[in-house]
Design a protein around this ligand. Structure first.
Ligand SMILES: [Cu+2]
Length: 212
């Protein structure tokens, strides 16, 4: 306002100076509105979504079946012979090693060996070397034979197991055990089934550049 008043006044008074003043006027009027509207707003909408779905499932199905252990002499539970003749001295059998033989002798009012071991299907012969008569009585095998002095009896056992027997004439000491093992060893093949199912599925989602 102050400047405009001065110019008006100058134009009126000094005409020749108008030209010179015009530049000044033009400069005044042409005020360039310098508004640097810098819309350089940098808004990088970078949405980086990385979802690596790596599902590594390892399932090794290793099923190893160990070979079945041979059923050993069960001393905990009484055998059929012990149950049928509980008054006999069954403790005489403990700690005695089985003797692999098919011949059982009756001598001095005892069975020899105390424990005989034979494969199944094998004929077992019992001989009496005493002057007195004896019996070979095996409750589990339905064997009950009287053996005269110098005589013998034979029988074949097909089933496996531990069979305790007595001489019914001479309790409580005349007893014995027959262990019948499997005729042929059938080794139980170990079934080792190893199935490693490895499922590796890595699914990485690529970068989503949402900028302009
Ligand atoms: Cu006897």
């Amino acid at each position: 306002m102050d400047r405009r008043t001065f110019l008006t006044r100058g134009a009126l008074v000094t005409v020749p100076l108008v030209a010179g003043c015009s530049g000044q006027e033009g400069e005044d009027g042409g005020s360039p509105a310098e508004s640097p509207t810098a819309t350089d707003r940098e808004t990088p909408t970078v949405t980086e979504t990385q979802t690596p779905t790596a599902t590594e499932t390892q399932t090794p199905t290793a099923t190893e079946t160990p070979p079945q252990s041979q059923s050993t002499t069960a001393t905990g539970t009484p055998t059929a012979g012990q149950q049928a003749y509980p008054d006999y001295e069954w403790g005489r059998l403990s700690g005695v090693e089985p003797d692999p033989t098919t011949t059982i002798r009756m001598a001095n009012t005892e069975f020899h060996p105390l424990i005989a071991e034979v494969p199944s299907g094998t004929e077992v012969t019992v001989t009496n070397e005493d002057a007195a008569r004896h019996t070979i009585t095996v409750p589990a095998l339905d064997v009950d034979e009287t053996v005269d002095s110098g005589g013998s009896v034979s029988f074949t056992v097909q089933q496996t197991g531990t069979f305790d027997y007595v001489c019914t004439f001479h309790p409580p000491q005349m007893l014995g055990r027959l262990v019948v093992t499997a005729a042929e060893q059938t080794p139980t093949t170990s079934t080792a089934t190893e199935t490693p199912t490895e499922t590796a599925t890595p699914t990485p989602i690529p970068d989503d550049d949402g900028g302009y």
